[in-house]
Design a protein around this ligand. Structure first.
Ligand SMILES: [Zn+2]
Length: 318
């Protein structure tokens, strides 16, 4: 069984201007690190179509989708929120990103791949049903999870978000009581910190764990072991979706949670064990944040190396 890797070329054309941290070099840095490490040769690369209206309207309002189509500029930039802009390629990038996670979900459920990583931008987890926010236009992880529920008839899916920022958009979309038995979200995030949410509304299906600045590896791992893993084990998800933001890395200047790439390997191994026990190994992971390009590349490599089954991690024995 294989790990699928989808890295849409359109995602490198979305550009919010010089000096914006959410820049095209991010997805290029992941690709370069995978090539340099040799992991790229082990991944199965596929292209994906754009997400359809039907797929997007499961989690976004039709009026919002109309609005971003109409806002898409022929040249220059259009500002969607103080942090989020569209250039002439942004709409296609967003649609390709959401299409990638749908395609990966189809491939993993069909058994064509064991798991998948989608190297996409713009990221998604701050995007609300009716509003772009915090570098995000379409909520990719929500689109993927809803696709697994509605298209494939899964009964229970889990969303795991280890981005340093709280995935407020994802929480808002799935906090609706109609999802209580079908969607579990577990997350860790720096708090208090943008977007200053996530500490209210905790429930059996919303296990969002705030961590203070400078928490570091031990506090992160303790939160995962004390809160995420028992909740996931109890929920028995049939598939896992990962909002893989790597901006909690200690080299990332946007935040101060002080994790390392070893932590990303560690948490991925834990999630692989959950997936093996309950979900036939099914995981679809997608890029969210991560702005220190070197740390982003190494962190994504550690995460994907684990998805591949830890190739190269175990010591060789004679
Ligand atoms: Zn983030």
């Amino acid at each position: 069984m294989t790990t699928l890797f989808i890295s849409p070329p359109d995602c490198q054309l979305h550009d919010m201007g010089d000096h914006h941290p959410e820049c095209p070099a991010r997805v290029a840095a992941v690709e370069q690190q995978l090539a340099a490490s040799g992991l790229m040769d082990l991944l199965v690369r596929e292209e994906a179509p754009k997400a359809t209206r039907e797929q997007l309207e499961r989690v976004h309002d039709a009026g919002y989708l109309d609005a971003i189509e109409e806002a898409s500029p022929a040249q220059g930039w259009v500002q969607l929120d103080p942090d989020t802009a569209m250039n002439p390629h942004s709409l296609d990038a967003a649609l390709r990103g959401a299409g990638a996670v749908v395609h990966a979900t189809d491939a993993v459920i069909a058994g064509r791949a064991r798991n998948a990583f989608c190297n996409v931008r713009p990221p998604g987890h701050h995007a609300l049903r009716d509003r772009a926010m915090g570098f995000c236009i379409l909520n990719n992880v929500a689109v993927a999870a809803a696709h697994a529920l509605e298209q494939h008839g899964l009964q229970r899916v889990a969303i795991i978000d280890f981005d340093v920022h709280h995935g407020n958009g994802t929480e808002a979309i799935f906090a609706d009581a109609k999802y209580d038995d079908r969607v579990m979200m577990v997350s860790t995030f720096q708090h208090p910190f943008y977007p200053y949410s996530g500490t209210e509304g905790r429930s059996a299906s919303m296990v969002n764990i705030p961590l203070p600045a400078r928490s570091g590896s031990q506090a992160f791992r303790a939160a995962v072991e004390a809160h995420w893993l028992p909740a996931l084990d109890n929920f028995r998800p049939q598939m896992l979706f990962i909002s893989a933001g790597f901006d909690a890395h200690r080299e990332d200047q946007l935040a101060m949670l002080e994790l390392t790439e070893v932590d990303y390997a560690w948490v991925t191994e834990k999630l692989i064990a959950v997936a093996a026990k309950h979900a036939s190994g099914r995981i679809v992971s997608m890029l969210e944040g991560g702005y220190a390009l070197g740390a982003l590349g190494r962190s994504a490599e550690a995460h994907i190396r684990s998805l591949l089954g830890g190739v190269g991690v175990a010591p060789l024995r004679k």
